[in-house]
Design a protein around this ligand. Structure first.
Ligand code: SF4
Length: 236
């Protein structure tokens, strides 16, 4: 571990504890303009609810890097929405990150790894390329919310993740508050939301979810898997 990372690890403990008492825009402003200014990035899937966080970030600083992982298996609608929302919000540094072709061909020569070993598929298409990109930042902002359930149920607004800090400004927001913000801010919706998709990842592993089911019920249906790993695996 480099000296910079060691220093951050010590300070991160203090900052993460302080920042846990903040949320939403107040938390974002504190961190984006705080001691780690310039070392902060956003992780976004440009999914069903992503516009709320991105709108808030854009209202503070449109130049903050936004990291978007393109697995090669995304819905065409997601790629179109990324471009439309980027233009709508005036985001200036959206970075589309992909695994290199050789890594994918080596790990998944037949293109069906998602059926036999989805963790390995997420690892090569998402976790590894994401780790390479986010390792250049000290704070990663996510749009995760505790009402999504599962491993997100006890989410904090700021948490240590290895030597980094994960910031979850919407951790304690309700679904109603998200919907109200879409209306209030007149934010464009992902086109698949109207078709019944409530959480949107790869087309091969995403299904529509009933209104009464959990928001993420349509992800990896019928499997124990609930997370791709980009937010749950800490950098060493
Ligand atoms: S969500 Fe499915 S297709 Fe996408 S990377 Fe994970 S296992 Fe592979």
């Amino acid at each position: 571990m480099s000296n910079n990372k060691k220093r951050l690890t010590a300070a991160a403990h203090v900052w993460a504890n302080e920042w846990q008492h903040l949320e939403g825009r107040q938390l974002l402003e504190t961190v984006i303009n705080g001691p780690l200014a310039g070392r902060v990035a956003v992780s976004s899937s440009f999914g069903a609810e992503s516009a709320v966080l991105l709108d808030m970030v854009a209202g503070i600083d449109r130049t903050i890097p936004v990291i978007f992982i393109d697995t090669g298996r995304l819905f065409a609608e997601t790629l179109g929405y990324r471009d439309r929302l980027t233009a709508h919000l005036g985001l200036r540094d959206v970075r589309t990150v992909k695994a290199d072709e050789k890594s994918i061909n080596d790990a998944d020569p037949n293109g069906d790894l998602y059926l036999s070993n989805p963790d390995a598929c997420c690892n090569v298409r998402k976790v590894i390329p994401n780790a390479s990109e986010v390792s250049g930042f000290d704070v990663i902002i996510t749009g995760r919310k505790s009402f999504h359930g599962g491993e997100r149920s006890n989410l904090l607004t700021a948490e240590r993740s290895g030597w980094q800090i994960k910031l979850n400004p919407l951790a304690h927001w309700s679904q109603t508050r998200i919907e109200e913000t879409f209306l209030l801010r007149q934010l464009p919706r992902h086109p698949l939301v109207d078709s019944g998709y409530r959480s949107i990842g790869c087309s091969t592993c995403t299904h529509k979810a009933a209104a009464k089911a959990g928001v993420r019920a349509g992800r990896w249906c019928g499997q124990q898997k609930t997370e791709c790993g980009i937010h749950t695996i800490a950098l060493a």
